[in-house]
Ligand binder design. Structure first.
Ligand SMILES: [Mg+2]
Length: 211
């Protein structure tokens, strides 16, 4: 019997999207050094600044960025608790997706290194980057789920903004650099804490529709 006709109850979660850097893996990507090498200055965001370059400048910038990403991916280490959490997500029958501003090549290197697979992978080659909602929508389509049935776990404001705009539920994985976001529906200090919330019976984050 359905308690309230499902009117007030949020949709059950069918899949979880993850940001890569700082959520799935820790990578030594020195963004200041990359910006210095590409632009000669260190302000702003790399992909957004690259959008203003001429085609030859852009090709050079992409090569520099990809070189740094490849080196970092080869040394990437899983974040604390993420491997058991991903196993638990899979065992619960939930889909798993990755939404990153990194290149597909670096993602493939990281996943091969960690022995991981995801049902959806969206990189900067596939869609406009976060904070656009488009990469999140694409990942939802790849998982075969509506945004209302998806959680997005990230550690940066662009993740929260992208997810909020896309209509998924956003989870901030707090870090020393980022303790709060007005665009986060939930905030946790570790993925184990998110697992506890998902396992709670009171519907804080419902995994299954009430019968
Ligand atoms: Mg991140």
């Amino acid at each position: 019997m359905r308690a309230n006709g499902g009117i007030d109850r949020p949709a059950a979660i069918g899949g979880i999207l993850f940001d890569m850097d700082g959520v799935v893996v820790q990578q030594r990507l020195d963004f200041l050094a990359i910006k210095q090498e590409i632009f000669g200055t260190t302000h702003g965001f790399i992909l957004e600044r690259m959008g203003a370059l001429t085609p030859p400048e852009r090709a050079r910038a992409e090569a520099i960025l990809e070189r740094h990403e490849t080196v970092a991916a080869a040394q990437a280490e899983p974040m604390d608790g993420i491997l058991p959490f991903l196993s638990w997500v899979e065992a619960r029958g939930l889909r798993r997706g990755l939404v990153t501003r990194n290149s597909r090549k670096s993602v493939e290197l990281v996943l091969a290194r960690l022995g991981l697979r995801f049902d959806a992978i969206v990189t900067r080659e596939d869609a406009p980057p976060k904070p656009s909602p488009e990469p999140v929508w694409l990942a939802c389509r790849q998982m075969g789920l509506p945004p209302s049935a998806v959680l997005f776990v990230g550690d940066f404001e662009f993740d929260m903004l992208s997810g909020r705009r896309a209509g998924v539920r956003t989870v901030l994985l707090r870090s020393p650099a980022m303790q709060f976001s007005e665009h986060a529906d939930l905030s946790v200090d570790c993925v184990g804490e998110l697992r506890e919330l998902l396992e709670r019976e009171d519907g804080v984050v419902p995994l299954h529709q009430a019968e």
